[in-house]
Unconditional design. Structure first.
Length: 277
């Protein structure tokens, strides 16, 4: 068999096997956590992949009550939800201006904003700024931080998508009497739905999983999101791996649901943002 024929025959199978292996390695920790969340304390102590002898759904009730997850769940929904909506709104407006008015100042501002994709946060100066504005240990402050961290990537994705919207639509709207605000919200924003949904999902997932920002800027346990509650719960029940696993499952479940619901929008939006602009 010639080399070219061998490659054409067996290469697709090799790629499929490689993808399956990588997928199994990636999903194995999640399967491990789910299995051990349904075991009793003794069987879960080894954190093995063996199936539980009996299903203990009461672990989730225990975690929810002892871990006080109701308040943390509300905080996470509040922080991630409001900051994501704010991020989508501001990023879409900024991307629209950058794409339509390509002046030197706007170009510099756009490139300067994209530095946020690569440059790490300076927590010392950020803490000083938050203290100056009296935003430390406040829900409003953490929402602003979450939104600010997600805006650079969001603008990048939306900027590429706005470039594909014909400028003739702007001109037609202006001729029909639309002002700038009405033009954006009634004509442009509905056309940005695939990219806007992508930005929403990515920003929501990143905000929900954020750990360092609330750790540094939220001192009150009553304002902690789910990530800090899991960290605190692990410190209290680190020997009861069934409860720790159940806690992780409850924390991860909203993220998995949101991602599964919007993964097709993520693919469409990321593709648009990477090939345009």
């Amino acid at each position: 068999m010639s080399t070219n024929k061998f490659i054409r025959t067996y290469m697709p199978w090799g790629k499929n096997v490689l993808v399956w292996v990588i997928s199994l390695v990636t999903i194995a920790p999640l399967i491990l956590i789910v299995i051990n969340s349904l075991k009793d304390s003794a069987q879960a102590s080894s954190m093995g992949m063996d199936l539980p002898t009996s299903l203990h759904f009461s672990n989730f009730k225990t975690v929810f009550e002892q871990g006080k997850l109701a308040g943390s769940l509300w905080n996470s929904v509040l922080y991630a939800g409001v900051s994501t909506l704010l991020c989508v709104l501001l990023a879409s407006m900024a991307a629209y201006v950058y794409a339509r008015r390509k002046s030197r100042l706007n170009r510099f501002s756009y490139l300067f904003m994209l530095l946020g994709l690569a440059m790490p946060l300076n927590y010392f100066t950020l803490m000083k700024m938050m203290q100056l504005l009296h935003l430390v240990n406040t829900q409003f402050g953490i929402i602003i931080l979450y939104a600010a961290v997600q805006i650079p990537l969001s603008v990048f994705i939306l900027y590429g998508f706005v470039g594909g919207v014909p400028k003739e639509l702007d001109e037609a709207g202006i001729i029909d009497g639309c002002g700038p605000i009405r033009l954006f919200f009634e004509i442009i924003l509905p056309l940005l739905k695939p990219a806007a949904v992508t930005v929403f999902i990515l920003a929501f997932l990143n905000s929900w999983n954020e750990f360092l920002l609330p750790l540094y800027f939220l001192n009150s346990a009553s304002q902690w999101p789910m990530t800090l509650s899991v960290y605190n719960f692990f410190g209290q029940f680190q020997m009861q791996w069934n409860l720790v696993s159940a806690d992780i499952v409850l924390t991860s479940l909203p993220v998995v649901i949101v991602y599964l619901l919007g993964q097709r929008f993520i693919i469409a939006g990321m593709t648009a943002g990477s090939v345009k602009g």
